[in-house]
Design a protein around this ligand. Sequence first.
Ligand code: CP
Ligand code: NVA
Length: 306
Amino acid sequence: MSARHFLSLMDCSPTELVSLIRRAMELKDLRNRGVLFEPLKNRVLGMIFEKASTRTRLSFEAGMIQFGGQAIFLSPRDTQLGRGEPIADAAKVMSRMLDAVMIRTFAHDTLTEFAANSRVPVINGLSDDLHPCQLLADMQTYLEHRGSIAGKTVVWIGDGNNMCNSYIEAAIQFDFQLRVACPEGYEPSARLLAEAGERVQIIRDPRQAVVGAHLVTTDVWASMGQEDEAQERMKLFKPYQVDRALLDMADESVLFLHCLPAHRGEEISEDLLDDPRSAAWDQAENRLHAQKALLEFLVEASHHHV
Ligand code: CP
Ligand code: NVA
């Protein structure tokens, strides 16, 4: 079907991504100045959450309300999705009533199957494989704090998870070098590593990886759905904790980001989010602005005025 989707950063061109981030900064400024701007009046976003969320739900919901529209929270527990209604059928029906659908799911295939059967834009609000909306906020935050990320060195520390995979796509789209410091057996997607080629390097030792780094970022050691492995992972990932001393070894302009929620004492030291090099709170706020830019881009394009 013809709608434009955002399941991965690769669904946009590098130029479109840069425009989205510029637009996010404009929308942030409008909101800071208290300007009422309602381009999505009467528009409705459906949000399917198979996993928990604070930021993603709030930012999409608040964003739609600020834009003059509405968002509807749908849990598989209360919809027929949880009782086995096929994704394709749900997509056909939901997309006849909604103007866009955001989905947070386990299997990435759920998103691709929904999108293949949807008349309206589908947005990935996190899957086991990718978290592209978070990367829009991360790229906006780096730009606001340090300027263009093109040509810079970014270091991912910890698990080669959904966030790490999206950082690989960001390295390709935003033109930076990425180093991944992860334990053996916890590498990001082999397909994405192959696609990125020389742009992404695996460096096992975090202290070696951060030398010259302009951006350092990490995430939880056990993602949603990996609760059973948490104990084992805690031991294995111990050498991958990011603390102030590790940031001291990076470039002096280094910025630290964390998509949150954070586990202090695990992937970051207790005090790291209070360090002046951390921009994690701005990063969280930017989810709102970046996704408003995304909604405007995807949904407003399909507006018909009479
Ligand atoms: N970073 C992020 O996606 O947070 P939530 O899980 O709270 O949505
Ligand atoms: N990797 C984490 C990110 C949470 C926003 C997870 O998937 O649980």
